[in-house]
Design a protein. Structure first.
Lengths: 363, 578
């Protein structure tokens, strides 16, 4: 069967969301085929066919069309059968060389894309798209929701590499619209004779996480080296169960960085006050100063020597997320990563009150 | 960091250590220090394994301070691989520790009068050199385990494996990482063989009781460091791409543009690229409980190294770099990531340069010793090197010697050193750097893409053919300068795009030393280092004939673009006209 007869290929649809969507991303580096409008510029294709907004297009630093790096997205034309590869900014001199329109683009003059088609022939055709590195998470959900054609060989390799947890985590898998039994995938021997399949995800939206992670300030006191009790604003990290059922096997993670220093994994500090389950509406709290900072070796040693003053006027960056399992489910889920910047400082020099500013950091 | 430690391995009565002030080498660090000492003190016509050659180990100017990314360390000497001057640098812990101990360089001189093997222990109380023949032929991991048992886990080590002891031209000098594993290597040029010729197996460093180095202007230093870190974290490459995937993120894109040398530089695409890409590697690491985001030394905020576990979840090796995965992967037609990781471990353990070893295996495969794609045969070849069999001795001498021994024409070397993972026919500008760098074919020689900030050499018309020559010159100057600061070269990505980050780097140096370095000063430093190196090579017998790619790059078309290397010889000869 000709690959162009997309309608004739077996259609496999996965109803998944959350972290399971990322399992499909590695298929994108090998390349997937979509039916789309052709005869348009690469820029128009990215905007109108892939759904990339201007911010995402800015992140697409290297565009490779039919094996050649593209400098001008407006003049390069997508045709039936084009192979388009997309990458975020890459390291090194060659990474810089391959960026579109970069200072070092002359280094690869011999392979740079030059449009030879003088007149655009508008039409419809098949375009093979490869998505690399950080762009997989940006463009992958949209592409997969739209549906892509891949070789049955690639699909079989993908399917056999997935764990039982993945299969059971899929809400539904359908073959040509008919649901398969729970945990079942289409028969490999049957698929291998088909050449290609049409793969799509029926839901690529992020499922609302059961756990909400927040950071708040709270009035407290701290004992100074001379024995005085000084007003000190605590930072309290809270994980709250927003679902109607109990959440179990909670595994919190956090990284902490002090400006100018290293970012360190401080997840071990959670084990000091483990909360392996939280009932509906319940919450678990951790004091950042008492529990998390001592797990950062660089900061801890300074505080050990100089007391709380060693933490003053430094910007700390805290990132936190958690793995968990809704009670009754065998699938481990993960919250989004939350990030904050914290800074303790003396608010009133007369009383030495220590205040705290917390800034939400967006990715 | 105000003194140089010299150890005369050939002194009467046994090795003798002495320290001296910096003198004429004041203000030098990293590559500037190693190249200054080698060019001044080593006779260019001396034998690399002879008593007259010296092995210089120098931390960067900001090593041992609170500055981020300051943990690179340079190793220099006359190279047994190229026959010219060599500087190879590495990450790991020893740079910070050596600097805190106060040493701007260690210089190993002379040659021992017998076959004893020595270990050197340096701490705040001084230097102790002792014979320890029980270390003979120990691979690096076993050696470090023994040092840990003897000196505790607060140490860091500089060592050689069996390849260095056997004085093989592809031998490395190994540096331990934060976990006290010998995973970081000054790989290129065979400087491990020079260390072996000095009879030194390991240098153990312990900075217990030594404070962090203090800047002249602490407030300005702290401010500059904050701006520097912010710049690195906010950049797409240093803040996101490298931490997520490491350098192997380059595999897919190099393959896509047809610039990924495959089957010993025969073609530019490898069918198995996706199986060994950075994306696949990171996913594999995460699935097995390893960590793709990890620093190679304290003070690293880029975190581009990582760990690689075997199928059972046990540590196998550090996350292999792009060049390693390419050398043992696509270049040999191998698409098995676990086998490539095993080869990375073996290279580290025996102390062999991963680029040279991979390129050599590919040449051996072309010679018919094994078939392309035969991963088990490739693993076996590395064992041959580690054991020092007759075949191993040839392979351990590098791609050029192996090509000669087996009569292979397609040997991708310049000045005897194997080319890394970017084909110079597809990316011709990098071919200019491969051809003309005093170091031999080296992708990092023109890595510091800071031309638009430094404006070295004035404005360049990159669209003209000669623009590639000018750009290569400027890149080599900038790289020599950054190598001399001892900062990780990966900071160059942020410096390229963010002039404020480059200024923060200058401010770090200025506030620490109380000087007033400008962009022009950085350019002058880079030129000075390159001039010293070129001068040494000229006296060692190098001419323009050595500044060339192998002839077949000019005649053999490279698929899929079917291009040849087109930069003219007369243009290559203009690279160092300043």
């Amino acid at each position: 069967m000709d690959i162009k007869n997309i309608e004739l290929w077996p259609r496999i649809t996965f109803d998944v969301d959350g972290p399971l969507v990322s399992h499909f991303f590695l298929l994108l580096q090998q390349g997937v085929t979509i039916r789309s409008r052709t005869g348009c510029s690469v820029a128009a294709f990215l905007r109108e066919e892939i759904g990339a907004d201007s911010e995402t297009i800015e992140k697409i630093q290297s565009v490779i069309l039919d094996g050649s790096p593209v400098d001008d997205l407006e003049s390069a034309v997508i045709k039936d059968g084009s192979v388009l590869a997309l990458s975020a900014a890459m390291p090194g001199l060659v990474g810089a060389t391959l960026r579109r329109g970069g200072t070092y683009s002359s280094f690869r003059n011999a392979i740079t894309y030059h449009e030879t088609q003088e007149e655009c022939i508008k039409g419809e055709g098949l375009v093979h798209i490869k998505v690399f590195n950080l762009l997989m998470a940006e463009l992958g959900p949209g592409l997969l929701q739209r549906g892509v054609v891949i070789s049955s060989e690639d699909f079989i390799r993908f399917a056999t590499g997935q764990s039982q947890d993945f299969r059971q985590g899929c809400r539904r898998i359908t073959l040509d619209g008919k649901p398969l039994a729970s945990g079942e995938l289409p028969d490999s021997a049957w698929l291998s004779g088909k050449g290609h399949i049409f793969l799509s995800l029926s839901s690529t939206g992020e499922r609302k996480s059961c756990l909400d992670i927040s950071l708040q300030s709270a009035a407290s006191h701290i004992r100074a080296s001379d024995g005085r009790e000084i007003p000190f604003t605590k930072a309290v990290l809270t994980i709250r169960n927003m679902c109607d059922s109990e959440v179990v096997d909670i595994l919190p993670h956090a990284t902490l960085g002090q400006e100018g220093g290293t970012v360190q994994d401080v997840s071990s500090s959670f084990s000091q006050s483990a909360h392996s389950s939280i009932p509906p509406g319940g919450a678990a709290d951790w004091d950042v100063y008492d529990l998390l900072i001592p797990a950062h070796s660089g900061t801890a040693s300074k505080i050990h020597m100089f007391g709380y003053r060693a933490a003053l006027n430094w910007r700390f960056e805290l990132a936190a997320w958690a793995e968990y399992r809704p009670s009754g489910s065998s699938i481990t889920a993960q919250t989004p990563v939350s990030r904050w910047a914290l800074r303790w400082s003396v608010e009133n020099p007369a009383t030495a009150d220590v205040g705290l500013t917390i800034e939400d950091l967006k990715d | 960091m105000d003194k140089i430690l010299r150890i005369d391995m050939g002194a009467d009565g046994g090795p003798k250590a002495s320290t001296a002030p910096l003198g004429q080498y004041a203000g030098f660090g990293g590559r500037a220090m190693t190249s200054a000492i080698v060019s001044k003190e080593v006779p260019p016509l001396s034998h690399p394994m002879g008593a007259e050659n010296k092995l210089v180990i120098a931390p960067g100017l900001l090593s041992g301070t609170a500055s981020a990314m300051s943990g690179r360390i340079s190793v220099g000497g006359k190279s047994p691989l190229t026959g010219g001057i060599k500087e190879a640098n590495s990450g790991g812990q020893p740079s910070q520790v050596l600097a805190r101990l106060g040493y701007a360089a260690i210089v190993l001189e002379g040659k021992p009068k017998n076959n004893d093997l020595y270990k050197v222990f340096i701490n705040k109380d001084g230097v102790k050199i002792s014979v320890d023949n029980s270390l003979k032929m120990l691979p690096n991991y076993d050696l470090i385990a023994k040092m840990k048992a003897e000196y505790g886990d607060k140490i860091s080590c500089i060592s050689i494996g069996p390849a260095g002891e056997m004085k093989m031209a592809s031998a490395t000098v190994a540096f331990t990482d934060m976990e006290l594993r010998p995973t970081r290597h000054a790989g290129r040029g065979g400087l491990g063989a020079v260390m072996g010729s000095k009879g030194v197996k390991v240098i153990v460093l312990d900075d217990t009781g030594m404070p962090m180095r203090s800047p002249k202007d602490p407030e300005k230093f702290k401010d500059a460091n904050k701006r520097f870190v912010d710049g690195l974290k906010s950049h797409a490459v240093t803040g996101q791409g490298l931490p997520a995937y490491g350098t192997n993120v380059l595999t897919n894109i190099l393959n896509e543009v047809g610039g990924y040398p495959t089957y010993n530089f025969k073609q530019g695409r490898f069918d198995g690229a996706a199986k060994i890409s950075g994306e696949t590697q990171a996913e594999t690491e995460k699935t097995r409980g390893a960590n793709p985001t990890h620093g190679c030394h304290r003070g690293c905020v880029i975190q581009c190294s990582g760990t690689y576990n075997d199928k059972d979840g046990h540590f196998l090796t550090k996350q292999p770099e792009y060049e390693t995965v390419w050398a043992h992967g696509g270049n040999c037609g191998i698409s098995d990531l676990d086998k490539i990781a095993m080869m990375d471990f073996l290279d580290d353990n025996y102390g062999i340069d991963t680029i040279e070893m991979g390129a050599t295996i590919a040449v051996a495969m072309e010679a018919g010793i094994a078939k392309f794609g035969d991963a088990d045969a490739a693993v076996q070849m590395i064992h041959e090197v580690g054991k020092g069999t007759h075949l191993g001795r040839i392979l351990g001498s590098g791609a050029a010697v192996t090509g000669k021994a087996y009569g292979v024409e397609r040997v991708p070397v310049v000045k005897g050193q194997a080319m890394p993972a970017y084909d110079p026919r597809a990316v011709q500008g990098i071919g200019v750097t491969y051809a003309t760098s005093p170091m031999g074919a080296d992708h990092t020689a023109g890595y510091a893409v800071a031309q638009n900030v430094l404006k070295v050499g004035g404005d360049v018309n990159a669209l003209k053919p000669e623009g590639q020559v000018e750009l290569s010159r400027n890149l080599q100057i900038a790289t020599a300068a950054i190598d001399s600061t001892g900062m990780c070269l990966f900071i160059a990505f942020a410096v390229l795009d963010q002039p404020d980050t480059f200024q923060a780097l200058l401010d770090l140096l200025n506030s620490f030393y109380g000087m007033n370095l400008t962009g022009d000063g950085v350019t002058d430093l880079g030129k000075k280092v390159l001039s010293l190196e070129r001068d040494f090579n000229a006296k060692a017998g190098f001419t323009a004939a050595q500044d060339r790619l192998p002839e077949y790059f000019k005649s053999e078309k490279f698929a899929p673009h079917n291009v040849t290397f087109g930069v003219k010889d007369e243009d290559l000869d203009k690279v160092f006209n300043w």
